[in-house]
Design a protein around this ligand. Sequence first.
Ligand code: ZN
Length: 316
Amino acid sequence: MGDEEQEGVFLGIDLGGTQLKAARFSADGTRVAMENAASNAGGDAEEIFGALYSAASTLIGGSRLRGIGVGVAGLLDPGSGRILNSPNIPALSGFALRSRVREAFGDTIPVQMMNDANAAALGEYFAGAGAGSSSMFLLTLGTGIGGGFVVDGNLWTGAAGVGAEVGHMCIRADGPLCHCGARGCLEACVSGWALMRDAGQIAKRHPESAIAELSPRTPLTLAELASAGDRQARALWENAGAMLGTGIANLMNLLNPDRIVLVGGLGGAGDLLFEPARRAWESQAFKEARTFTSVKPGVLGKWAGVRGAIQSFLKK
Ligand SMILES: [Zn+2]
């Protein structure tokens, strides 16, 4: 505690559509305390900020705060410090996050904000499965699919800051409609919501099937059903895995990063998802590309984003 009093602490926050995760870090980037809460995503912007403020205040205690990093599910404007659009937390669209954080924690507090997938990518790159690599592409496999690309320690975000949106890379031009309005995006083929859509269609067509009777019907219970041998559930994962593998093969051929790191809840399906994925990328990626790109699971779990959100403070 003596060190924290002298050197101060950083606070990392990961504000997702379901969960708010926050952690206190010592000056050298070691995570020393965590808080987990519901993100109040159904509430208004002030209710959501209230959850953030409460978790943050608990963690800061009496320590000297040196910077706050926030990863948010959505599209941000780093210039104005506003959240432009957040599909999973609609109340935050247009919210002036940076100025609200400064109002609550102090005018002079350095505030770093970034997209949540980019934050997770920085976290895994510097303190997780990407450590020691020069280039790493992170895929978040959850309700939606996100991506973050780190090259030589820097996020590669593109001309307009919206690069690495791998969830909306087209996998099948004639594929299912995506939330973004296009067809056949990776997210429309593989994500948690895509699996639920496909399972729902099976349940409708086959009311006597095990999938129709599954309650609650979630990616996790669908994985359990598939592991128990249910043919229709296995086929769902087989299809999702093959599409994921095509996405990974595209990344290998296009970018050939040192590592592709997979994080997020769908990974809980394990080989149900990853075996068909591996078969697809092994048959679709150039041999040189797949040989020199290793595919690994993340190691920081749900704490990757909070770690990445404070990374820029540690470089100084
Ligand atoms: Zn899309």
